[in-house]
Design a binder for this molecule. Sequence first.
Ligand SMILES: CCCCC/C=C\C/C=C\C/C=C\C/C=C\C/C=C\CCCCC(=O)SCCNC(=O)CCNC(=O)[C@H](O)C(C)(C)COP(=O)(O)OP(=O)(O)OC[C@H]1O[C@@H](n2cnc3c(N)ncnc32)[C@H](O)[C@@H]1OP(=O)(O)O
Ligand SMILES: Cc1cc2nc3c(=O)[nH]c(=O)nc-3n(C[C@H](O)[C@H](O)[C@H](O)COP(=O)(O)OP(=O)(O)OC[C@H]3O[C@@H](n4cnc5c(N)ncnc54)[C@H](O)[C@@H]3O)c2cc1C
Length: 673
Amino acid sequence: MSQNKTIMEVNQELVKERAKCNFNVLEVTHILDGGEKNTLHRKKIESIALDEGAYKDPIPEEYLSPKEKYENAVRKSCLFCKIVKNALTEFTGLEHFSNFFVLRRTADAFFKEISPFLLHLGMFLPTILGQCTTEQQAYWLPRVLDIQIIGTYAQTELGHGTFIRGLETTATYDPETEEFVLHSPTLTSYKWWAGGLGKTVNYCIVVAQLYTKGVCHGTHLFIVQIRDEETHMPLPGIKVGEIGAKMGFNTADNGYLAFDHYRIPRQNMMMKNAQVLKDGTYVKPDSHGKLTYGTMVLVRVILVNEVAFNLAKACTIATRYSAVRRQSQPKPNEPEPQILDYTTQQHKLFICIATAHALQLASAWLWKTFNAVMSDMKKGNTDSLPELHALSSCLKALSTSDVTSLIEQCRYSCGGHGYMLCSGLPNIYSFVTATRTYEGDYTILLLQTARFLVKAYEQAEAGTPVTPTVLYLIEFVSGKRTPWDGSPEGIIKSFQEIAAGNISSCVKSIRNRMSSGLSFEDAWELTTIQLVGAAEAHCRAVISDTYKKEIARITASSSTNVKIVMEQLVNLYLHYWALNRTGDLLRYSSISGEDVANLQMKYEELLTLIRPNAVGLVDAFDLRDEILHSALGSYDGQVYKRLFAEALKSPLNQEPVNETFHKYLKPTMQGKL
Ligand SMILES: CCCCC/C=C\C/C=C\C/C=C\C/C=C\C/C=C\CCCCC(=O)SCCNC(=O)CCNC(=O)[C@H](O)C(C)(C)COP(=O)(O)OP(=O)(O)OC[C@H]1O[C@@H](n2cnc3c(N)ncnc32)[C@H](O)[C@@H]1OP(=O)(O)O
Ligand SMILES: Cc1cc2nc3c(=O)[nH]c(=O)nc-3n(C[C@H](O)[C@H](O)[C@H](O)COP(=O)(O)OP(=O)(O)OC[C@H]3O[C@@H](n4cnc5c(N)ncnc54)[C@H](O)[C@@H]3O)c2cc1C
């Protein structure tokens, strides 16, 4: 493996673990990267960005003040962009966007938290690609890709994040001057949260209610200059600042923004879908009404990959540490076992490895689906957009939620040392837990998927065709059931039956409530706990099915041992979730109590089978130490030496006696305070 420039010799525990591994690690790396060519490309970018050591901080980030942290992050963002500039200029279409994953991953070496430029590349750029006309793109893109301007995406307001139709910022067209007048009528209409808005950006995309000829046409997107390009001073009519300290994202200067009758040219409305003509005539998009929500769909797709990557980081750290750490003495007169040998520890960790694989492959599949839908839409066909919206919503919701819990589980599995910032786990957690909220809160997105599922159920009942991911509903409404057989295919089938059963129960509840006199809205509202459950079950079935099929497809030409270990992980994922949902299985499938006991036995066998390959499996994620930032997870496994070296960096250790001794401790102890 092209691992890291290790200064320390590799710990013997890890040497032995690597010798035990029975499959070709590089082959698995290629699978996860989507092919050998992608691995080589990734390594090339990582080398360009990291080999010279430019990412290194003179003082560890965690010991800087908030202001210094931010300033250091800006310095490094500029440096990072300079180093990878050639790679950046390639991104002239959304179809190239998957290459950003490589940059994103590499950038992690530079930032323990996050770059204040994240939204520039993660949302400003894709919105320009997705929402601007060709002429607008020709004007804005070169400036964006060359970092001549820096932008963000300001949609959320102090009063509204979820309910976009409730946003209060107005953009009123003035045909006299051919300008839009942006205004923030209330405190709750202040833009709030946009990353980089506080101090970094000079432009942003603003989502505002469009008024022309006295009529409100709903929310539309505008490119707005907020700071002078020379002095960086906020322009007259703009009030902008930072929102303050957060649980994480502290180097991302999330900001607030308000407008006082601030004017922008008509051409700054993003006009790919709807337009306002010079005289103020509004031209409606002739296809789907939600096309202005496009960037959110893209970013939801991206986030599935993003959290898979973060889970890979967390389980690399926790698995390597668990191979080095020894604790307790279950058998008298025998050495303390590696904690990785405890079945409960394997239960905590191997599901993380399997989930990272499942989500990585599901995200690649979703990315392909996204591109296919975009290509249809270029031809004016928006028929597949509702399914993409439903899929990206539930996959974003479930992946961010699962990964948040699993990263915390990785921290638990590292005991006290996992609580140290230098383990890397707290920063990974505080980044990922936010993904459950931003870009659409968990509950909200699952309820969006539920809307789609209820409609699909009604179509299946009526005998009209349904889209590919809900084909299982046709069998369900026809009353056909597959007897439980405990095979991987059988488990996936039962997940689909759980999903169909849950959707059917929701439909019944809504109908019963409506027949007892409630409105559809009230009946829906009272059923939302079940609807969230149904969307979650559907999504679990989709992930499981995709994971199994993709592994079978990709490993068709793999070596035998790679095939075996990949299949073991798929089975582990399926057994883990089947055991987690025995209540649903008993309710909606023909599983018996004895079958549940067999599932448990099989699950425990899988843990034992995977155990010798555990370190090889996390090595296959091929995460350079610079990207992991972890004393517990480095490739050399020198956990204790690294923990001690980190402790010595603490500012409190730079002097033998702290001044508080003279000021407070001594007077207190001597009764003089
Ligand atoms: C220098 C270093 C650089 C390092 C970086 C290097 C590279 C970076 C590159 C990549 C980055 C990698 C990863 C991360 C990338 C970026 C992310 C990082 C940070 C992000 C920060 C977060 C940003 C944000 O949070 S922006 C704000 C997001 N806000 C939301 O998501 C709001 C959620 N709310 C909604 O989506 C909607 O309001 C709603 C809840 C869906 C309801 O909408 P509404 O209009 O009320 O619609 P309604 O419910 O009535 O439904 C009507 C109808 O429309 C359908 N619908 C709804 N939405 C959509 C849609 N999006 N598409 C299609 N259809 C949609 C809905 O289903 C209904 O249909 P129907 O009537 O049932 O048929
Ligand atoms: C770190 C971070 C970065 C962000 N960056 C950006 C950015 O760059 N640009 C930007 O525009 N925004 C950004 N956001 C804002 C983010 O998109 C919103 O916070 C998110 O969409 C949730 O909206 P909200 O905060 O209004 O939550 P709310 O909608 O107020 O949700 C609060 C609770 O109410 C529940 N709830 C709300 N409505 C319903 C309903 N209809 N049915 C059932 N339950 C409901 C939710 O499930 C949730 O539990 C960021 C947020 C964070 C945390």
